[in-house]
Design a protein around this ligand. Structure first.
Ligand code: NIG
Ligand code: FE
Length: 425
């Protein structure tokens, strides 16, 4: 007999039931049930409905109970864009930017992505793993149940492999970890004057090897000034596509090279950032199957003030997702609640639109909308309980953690039962 669990009494149960991804006005539809309950059988959702009806189900009588009285219950966040495996924060860059340097200037002065690459190459897999584990627990504590992670701080076959293998070992501890190869983050220092040769290394050696060893499901490229040109990005993405990897693009973040259009043309799963996207590219993106993943944490942390055109995208019918972009250079937060605050206050997305973008649309951006991102029978029981009587509070309070319980695949992953302090290695 399956193990049943009944989460009951939720003041607001957000089911997010319905089609995926959500576009336009559908982004506001949360499938809200007042005084709702979720019945979980093993790792899956058995049924969802009003507490009174659910309590009468025969399976509910056998169930262990979780009391969610007065709280908001919703799908766990699906954070579809992060760089969470990194060796150390970049505190000198932070102070240089406070003193007035731009993000690119810090890179030219010995900081930036290259500083992280140098450190990652010298960090053991175990060292990366223990740091990653620490972050995953914090993601869970903030209500996230699925996280995407990118390589891209290795930039050599061995170091990219090392990063992806670390993520593979971190899968399920306790979050679902989805791996993306970002070997084309920047040309590494040893190829500084030979970017085309580095692209060839990526296409002819790294990508086929990653595919053979099943180390990544997606391939991403940083298409920007100082990173990869549009033509180089195309070369890499076309090879990745031919190998069967899903495509993602860091598009129009710092400058506009046409990457949004390229993502649409190649049928990318998502085009991410879009802060500098041209108005004329938005219609094409909105009409396509490519998800517009917005990352307001990086705009906030860099202080550029130029947020992606969320309202225009939504009004044109784009499928918008939100993610943290958790990384040491531009977005040191892993808290999706903070991202919802930024989405509302800076990009004028309503709390309901934000929640949809951070759950079911995030799941669609990882091709997992059929298994997570909404509370519907048959899907994994991935959910979070917030200490709020109204879902809008999650976007309203900022810099706080309202998450009181997180469940992945039917198991409570936060708070940890009998947790002990992890030792640093
Ligand atoms: O998404 N833009 C490229 N990649 C990251 C930043 C990485 C870093 O600075 O370490 C981003 O913002
Ligand atoms: Fe990123």
């Amino acid at each position: 007999m399956p193990k049943y669990l009944l989460i009951r009494g939720a003041r607001q149960l957000l089911t997010l039931r319905g089609p995926a991804p959500r576009r336009g006005r559908q982004l506001s539809e949360l499938g809200l049930i007042q005084d709702g309950a979720v019945l979980v059988a093993d790792d899956k959702i058995h049924s969802v409905g009003a507490s009174r009806r659910m309590e009468n189900l025969k399976e509910a009588r056998l169930a262990e109970e979780i009391d969610a009285t007065g709280k908001v219950v919703m799908p766990g966040f699906v954070d579809s864009h992060t760089h969470f495996v990194f060796p150390a924060p970049r505190l000198d860059d932070f102070e240089r930017r406070i003193a007035g340097d731009s993000y690119l200037e810090t890179g030219r002065k010995g900081g930036g992505i290259h500083a992280t690459v140098q450190a990652l190459r010298q960090t053991s897999p175990r060292g990366l793993e223990s740091r990653g584990l620490r972050w995953l627990k914090m993601f869970a504590a903030c209500g996230t149940t699925t996280v995407e992670g990118k390589s891209g701080y290795g930039l050599s076959p061995a170091s990219e492999r090392k990063t992806l293998r670390v993520m593979k070992r971190l899968n399920g501890r306790p979050l679902e970890v989805v791996r993306t190869f970002l070997g084309a983050h920047l040309p590494p220092p040893e190829y500084a004057d030979l970017p085309e040769e580095y692209v060839t290394l990526v296409t002819d050696q790294m990508l086929p090897e990653i595919r053979r060893q099943r180390l990544a499901e997606f391939c991403d490229v940083f298409c920007d000034t100082g990173a990869f040109t549009l033509a180089q990005s195309r070369r890499i993405l076309e090879v990745a596509r031919a190998l069967g990897l899903g495509l993602k693009v860091h598009a129009d973040q710092l400058s506009r090279l046409g990457a949004t259009r390229l993502a649409v043309e190649l049928g990318a799963v998502s085009a991410d950032h879009l802060e500098q996207a041209a108005e004329e590219d938005l219609d094409g993106l909105a009409a396509s199957g490519t998800i517009a993943t917005l990352l307001p944490g990086s705009v906030y942390h860099l202080g550029s003030g130029r947020f992606a055109p969320a309202r225009q995208l939504i009004e044109r019918g784009a499928a918008v997702a939100l993610a943290t972009d958790f990384n040491p250079g531009t977005s040191p937060t892993l808290n999706m609640q903070m991202i919802l605050s930024l989405a509302s206050t800076q990009m004028k997305m309503t709390p309901a639109e934000g929640i949809t973008a951070a759950t079911i649309n995030g799941a669609a951006a990882l091709r997992r909308a059929n298994q997570t991102g909404s509370l519907e029978p048959g899907k994994f029981a991935d959910l979070a309980i917030f200490d709020a009587g109204d879902y809008r509070e999650i976007a309203y309070y900022f810099g706080m953690n309202l998450c009181r319980l997180t469940m992945r695949r039917g198991k409570v992953i936060w708070p940890e039962i009998g947790a002990k302090v992890e030792e640093e290695t």
